[in-house]
Design a protein around this ligand. Sequence first.
Ligand code: PLP
Length: 425
Amino acid sequence: MNSGSFLSYDERYIWHPYTQMQLVPRAIGVERGEGACLHLSDGRKVLDGISSWWVTLHGHAHPKIAKAIAEQAAKLEQVIFANFTHEPASLLAKRLVEITPDGLDKVFFSDNGSTAVEAAIKMAIQYWTLMGEERTEILALEHAYHGDTFGAMSISARGYFTDPFENYLFRVNRLPFPETNTTSEEQFLVAFRSEAKKKKAAAFIYEPLLLGSGGMLIWRAEILEEALRIAKENDILCIADEVLTGFGRTGTMFASEQAETKPDLMTLSKGITGGFLPMGITMASQKIFDAFLSDDRKKTFFHGHSYTGNPISCAAALASLRVFDEEPVFERIKTIVEAHKEFAPKLAAKHNLQHRQIGTVSVLEPKESTGYLNKKSLEWAAKALDLGLLIRPLGDTLYLLPPYATTRQDLEMAYEVMDRILRVE
Ligand code: PLP
């Protein structure tokens, strides 16, 4: 089929996510991916500056992951996961327990980031019910984003994404975002201590060190550590949402490694399969798992999805973790970290922007940012694509979050493109 016809079918039949279909009726066709690049249907090659919504990890169409998927698909493509199991899920669970921070001993499978978060919140709430304690409050950060299902929306910051559903969302206790080296760090800790003392909080859910959709906001490991310590002293379950930050994005395998105190629950998705297939993971401590053990079947964790533990997704995740073992992934990450440090401050100075960076994520924004609906996001994305770079600014916040196959030269080009789109302002 030529690209003309599939694009016309798309325009006629598909409703795209996070897209105002009146303003952007025509999607851009993609033919294939290779390393850090995508080949578009019109023959152009573009650098994927945002890892295709933060999922592509090593690079597009990594041959080792593609091969593992093909082999698994020919062997066992799917099986019910209640009561049944298979090798890829068991091996993956073992590996995840080995590589995640200490104390995360059990692996619960689902199929995307939002469902991983739903499962984590439900586990935390049910845990306290099983313990017979009235712990009903959830603590969450201002500007947080945890997904688009109702529970995940409830704990996320309220705004354009959630406004139509406001009356249907449950209440959470919102804590100020601890912006680095500002008084909000102390305000956050004061608010946290005050909530903790009430002994009503079931759980604290947070994106460790980097709030993604909320504007690529970075917070310090020291503040995270202090919050986790307060939480532990007051028996509040800590849920690290590492859907975005997992698998090296912040410079360490998991952002949670940068604090000494470890979470009780952790959510993973996006990069876990190398960005090839959907998968959600909720890791839990032995203590939480044990609380659900009973002769009484009513105490079961009644949660699951049809594709829970899908063997092909598990095979992809195992292959991606093997890439970490066999290839110099952290060297590649270092190259990206250094390239951002080299290019971003210059661009920031030239255009009077603020710059912040954590690991492989580099952020540039005006000193007075005007928020998500700023129409610059669409204009900049279109201009950048014309110049060979795929980005999707959050309003007027520009950022790069590239796959690890991205080279220094690629990033030099990406910063040149951003320079050009900023120059035509
Ligand atoms: N949690 C975080 C921190 C995220 O960044 C996202 C998605 O961007 C999610 C949860 C939801 O993941 P998904 O889009 O796979 O539902």
